[in-house]
Write a protein that binds this ligand. Structure first.
Ligand SMILES: Cc1ncc(COP(=O)(O)O)c(C=O)c1O
Length: 408
């Protein structure tokens, strides 16, 4: 007989997962049972400051009251119709999301990877129907060290061997160029190119921020050469960098925008492809779909998320708290931190490898009540909820200083 969840300790629950859960993750040994705002609590009642925020799916913190209210209200009325029928929440969600992003039409999906897949399909169809690329020959140019998700097509153009090895055969039709290299892009884009697909900031690669002018250059190049610019803002978008979208730092509007993570308010999976009318217009009935995409619960939560972003408060907080974050990290440079990249409330921090791997540093931080995630070697990623306070942030940076002082 299995003990009820509340009677099992963290150690019990971690042990219980081993034989029954796929081993595709290596989580920190913390078992979260409750959360509110920027804080989570484990099974034993220990509290931790969440400095990862579900990889930015929790930009508004855990259980933001307005989002929880929107979800509750919708749960009491209507949760799912499928797109075989209309539902009374979808129009407003699409109208407001299009207005927020400065684009025209929304294709609602669920996960980030689905939005990427859908964006690829839209771009290919546009290439055949509008650009006139011969059937079957459309290419999409992507950047090295990208992270766009885990489906077979998406890992086909990953440069991370652990994401690819053992999963072939791969989908053809992608060209990989170095990130932040306009000359390489110029060379790669030709008459078969449907789109250039990039992250405006590469999150999983370690919060890699391209040089000023790169995004403007990609916009200019794609327009001049007659292909689409697809910006994957699934992690960088929706307030994280101090703007609604990271492309706004260069006042650039892509043809196709991919959103996910925070769009679901940390409650339900909600993603979307948002595009110009001439581009999204290539899709006709029966050519693409999703049973859950655009469901009324997702639309209600997504609309509440858009409403929060319309106030500008979260973008402003990310901007202002970003200064606190950068100041704190600057003070640690040479004291365990060898370098960092930050924009808004988002940072990739390189720790002196002599002090431990990113994983070891993350475990030490966990024992001190701070949750972060390592990425690649000795880099840790900081992305707290945008609701975190300046004091909480300073305290977390103090803990990082302490942990780096002890490490090695
Ligand atoms: C830029 C980017 N695109 C796509 C994805 C995939 O999203 P999901 O895990 O919801 O499929 C991620 C996830 O980390 C991401 O960071």
């Amino acid at each position: 007989m299995t003990a009820p969840a509340h009677a099992r300790t963290s150690a019990d629950l971690i042990r219980a997962e081993e034989p029954v859960l796929a081993h595709n993750y290596h989580p920190l040994p913390v078992v979260v049972a409750r959360a509110e705002g920027a804080w989570v609590e484990d099974v034993e009642g220990r509290r931790y400051l969440d400095m990862l925020a579900g990889y930015s799916a929790l930009n508004f913190g855990h259980r933001h009251p307005a989002l929880i209210q929107a979800a509750h209200d919708q749960l009491d009325r209507l949760t799912l119709t499928s797109r075989a029928f209309h539902n009374d929440r979808l129009a407003e969600f699409a109208e407001r999301l299009a207005a927020l992003t400065g684009l025209d039409m929304v294709l609602p999906m669920n996960t980030g990877a689905e939005a990427v897949e859908s964006g690829i399909k839209v771009a290919r169809k546009w290439a055949y129907d509008v650009k006139g690329v011969p059937d079957g020959q459309a290419t999409i140019v992507v950047a090295a060290d990208n992270f766009h998700g885990r489906t077979t097509t998406i890992v086909s153009f990953s440069t991370d061997e652990s994401a690819r090895a053992g999963f072939g055969p791969f989908t053809p039709g992608f060209k990989i160029v170095p990130y932040n290299d306009l000359a390489a892009l110029e060379e790669a884009v030709d008459e078969t190119t449907a789109a250039v697909l990039i992250e405006p900031i590469q999150g999983e690669a370690g919060v890699i921020i391209p040089d000023a002018g790169y995004l403007t250059g990609v916009r200019e190049l794609t327009r001049r050469k007659g292909c689409l610019f697809i910006a994957d803002e699934i992690q960088s978008g929706l307030g994280r960098t101090g703007r609604t979208l990271a492309v706004e730092h260069e006042s650039v509007v892509p043809d196709v925008l991919l959103l996910g993570k925070a769009l679901g308010g940390g409650i339900v999976p909600v993603s979307a492809v948002v595009a110009r009318r001439e581009v999204m217009g290539v899709l006709g009935p029966g050519e693409h779909g999703s049973t859950f995409g655009g469901n009324p619960l997702a639309a209600a939560v997504g609309t509440a998320v858009v409403e929060l972003l319309e106030t500008g408060e979260f973008q402003r907080r990310a901007d202002e708290l970003g200064l606190v974050l950068r100041e704190g990290l600057e003070a640690l440079r040479g004291h365990g931190v060898t370098g960092f990249r930050a924009r808004g409330l988002w940072a990739g921090v390189d720790v002196d490898p002599a002090l431990g791997t990113g994983r070891e540093i993350s475990e030490r931080l966990m024992r001190e009540g701070i949750l972060v995630k390592d990425t690649h070697g000795s880099t840790i990623r900081l992305a707290p909820p945008l609701t975190v306070t300046a004091d909480e942030l300073r305290s977390a940076l103090g803990t990082l200083e302490k942990v780096l002082g002890q490490a090695g």
